[in-house]
Design a protein around this ligand. Structure first.
Ligand code: ZN
Length: 362
């Protein structure tokens, strides 16, 4: 039975998936090689080159079976060139990490996040100099971000506003990244724990009658955790209203599973009003094999509304060509709507060959 007749017999994709998981291994194996209905994307962070050089990259992506790109800037140029290849463009927007925003740093340093030692992320950034984070709690800061989106929303061809760095700084870094900074994060340390700015402290105190600085065990305090999730969720849902009013979709790059996102960066993304979510299921960051991408996708799918699309983000620089194609199948078998590669620039010809085999077969 091929996928088509299988679906005819068992109904929708969701039902088919559940049924498939219950099948004995050999039978399940027979479904390997099926063609999934998916949409697939690439984050584009490298904007260098002539128009013809960029066209060559877009052509590679189109020929491999990708449906669109998520550039981190130069939106108008990418829209113009992508139209030639019928590729969609989603505007990748760095939201709360504003280390490159000199105007904001100079004019409103008080809007930035503060750690549990009382140090501002402007003067004492964690890990790297650009880790200067706008606090989502202040209404003025929310207005500032909403204003930034006006520039993107003028571009009517944009398919979605794609939020990135929409979270707190990492209170704990993914395990693979810790040695690079010469640190061991066996628990939450105050210098990486945000936000204890005046706006957050007084808002929390007004709501719950105590200053979060005085909490005995802030790292395991459920109300305070929920408060922090809510600050980001509130901003995302405000952004969603604005973006949707313009007839544009809202998507976001997030940490790989809801549990990891909540514990490492206070990001409770299943609660967000998104059209699609792009969890960065970078298995090597967590010392996991490629199969883990399937588990991560399944965990994400469990908490997401059925109407929210999910695209598994793959970190290509650490993946072999065959792993990229395996990752696609693990993601699809576990409820993803496709994948998103980081980034097109890291793909070798062999990576493209393996990926196109799974995307274009059928
Ligand atoms: Zn704050």
């Amino acid at each position: 039975m091929n996928r088509k007749s299988f679906l005819k017999k068992f109904g929708t994709g969701a039902v088919a998936l559940t049924t498939l998981q219950a099948l004995p291994f050999q039978t399940a194996k027979a479904f390997q090689g099926q063609k999934w209905t998916s949409k697939n994307y690439a984050w584009v962070s490298n904007h260098n080159g002539t128009d013809d050089e960029l066209r060559a990259r877009l052509e590679l992506m189109k020929n491999a079976g990708l449906d669109g790109i998520l550039p981190s800037g130069n939106y108008e140029k990418w829209i113009r060139l992508s139209e030639e290849f019928e590729l969609d463009v989603h505007a990748w927007f760095v939201t709360l990490q504003r280390g490159g925003d000199q105007w904001l740093i100079e004019n409103h340093p008080e809007w930035f996040m503060v750690n549990r030692n009382g140090e501002s992320s402007v003067t004492n950034p964690a890990y790297v100099d650009y880790y200067k984070w706008l606090c989502p709690t202040r209404p003025e800061a929310q207005e500032y971000i909403l204003g930034k989106l006006d520039e993107i929303l003028k571009l009517s061809e944009i398919k979605s506003v794609h939020l990135d760095y929409i979270r707190y700084p990492d209170v704990i870094l993914p395990i693979q990244l810790q040695p690079g900074y010469g640190i061991v994060q066996d628990k939450e340390y105050p210098e990486y724990d945000y936000c204890f700015c005046d706006a957050c402290r007084s808002k929390y105190e007004k709501l719950y009658g105590e200053d979060p600085m005085d909490l005995e065990n802030p790292t395991e305090h459920e109300t305070f955790s929920q408060f922090r999730y809510n600050q980001v969720t509130h901003l995302v849902n405000k952004i969603a209203m604005k973006v949707h009013d313009h007839g544009v979709k809202l998507t976001a790059a997030v940490f790989p599973t809801p549990d990891i996102a909540r514990s490492l960066v206070r990001q409770n993304w299943p609660d967000w009003n998104l059209d699609a979510v792009f969890p960065m299921q970078y298995n090597h960051f967590y010392h996991k094999p490629v199969e883990w991408i399937g588990h991560a996708a399944a965990e994400a799918r469990k908490e997401l509304p059925a109407t929210t699309e999910m695209y598994s983000g793959l970190f290509v620089p650490e993946m072999t060509p065959v792993e990229v194609s395996q990752a696609y199948e693990f993601a699809m078998e576990n409820g993803a709507n496709g994948i998103c590669i980081f980034s097109d620039h890291s793909m070798t010809q062999e990576h493209w060959d393996f990926l196109s085999r799974v995307l274009l077969k059928g």
